[in-house]
Design a protein around this ligand. Structure first.
Ligand SMILES: C[S@@+](CC[C@H](N)C(=O)[O-])C[C@H]1O[C@@H](n2cnc3c(N)ncnc32)[C@H](O)[C@@H]1O
Length: 236
């Protein structure tokens, strides 16, 4: 069931993203917490002319490390996304992230990065799983509905006893607390506070509010070039 919800949401988000993009190409995208398998899953092709720079900490989280870059279309930069600057972000056409922001270690860290994304002045497309969903993709178990909003100590106590659909249960409560440091889920209200300049949508496969999208589509007009008609051209 969860797989079906995920597949539906992924396809819808891909379509939303496609409609969000301007026709002009190439586009340079920075993907915070991005991975090669994600873009393969979205069926990225060279014809899309999307040039993607992944910012990732694969030296710490090796889950999606070690994939080839499929030519020059994707490049991998291993560094802490907390360290990017607004100027660095502004050097791209679009700031993207998918299922990443909730892994920063505090609301303050999320707020600092969100402020830099807003201050960059660039379009962005940011997704995070919705903490107010009965199903949490990190702990996808029917045994703990709405797990994301339980008090931290309850989450840690449960995770020290059960796997909760994740890769493993924690050895003890202290380990679970440390693990939960990098699990700070967000809801629509949190995303509104982080991205006051954004548009929002809640993705609801089968009515389940699984995920929150925040985007800004302030695309800069394409620079004039030899193919452009003059802006003041009289209409014949
Ligand atoms: C849940 S995965 C999402 C991967 C991919 N964006 C997707 O949607 O399939 C979160 C990713 O964020 C990366 N990540 C977490 N904290 C990070 C940080 N502080 N700096 C850079 N990358 C980070 C992890 O390495 C991981 O690849």
């Amino acid at each position: 069931m969860l797989q079906k919800l995920r597949a539906w949401t992924r396809a819808r988000r891909r379509a939303h993203f496609q409609n969000f993009l301007p026709a002009r190409r190439p586009l340079r995208i920075v993907d915070l917490g991005g991975t090669v398998p994600f873009w393969r899953g979205w069926g990225l092709t060279p014809e899309d002319q999307l040039h993607i720079t992944l910012i990732n900490n694969h030296h710490i989280d090796t889950t999606a490390a070690g994939y080839g870059n499929d030519g020059a279309q994707i490049v991998n930069r291993v560094f802490d996304a907390n360290d990017v600057t607004a100027d660095y972000l502004a050097s791209f056409d679009l700031i993207f992230s998918n299922s990443f922001l909730e892994h920063l270690d505090s609301r303050q860290a999320q707020a600092r990065l969100a402020a830099k994304i807003c201050d960059s002045g660039k379009p962005f497309f940011i997704q995070a799983p919705n903490k107010n969903s009965p199903v949490d993709p990190h702990f996808p178990t029917p045994l703990a509905p709405f797990f994301a909003i339980y008090p931290r100590k309850v989450q840690a106590a449960l995770l020290a006893r059960f796997r909760l659909g994740s890769s493993a249960r924690s050895a003890n409560v202290a380990d679970a607390m440390e693990r939960m440091r990098f699990y700070n889920p967000l809801g629509l209200a949190d995303m509104r506070a982080l991205f006051p300049v954004a548009n929002f949508a809640v993705e609801r496969p089968l009515g389940v509010p699984m995920s929150v999208l925040a985007w800004r589509d302030n695309w800069a007009p394409a620079a004039a070039n030899k193919n452009s008609a003059p802006l003041t051209a009289a209409v014949a």
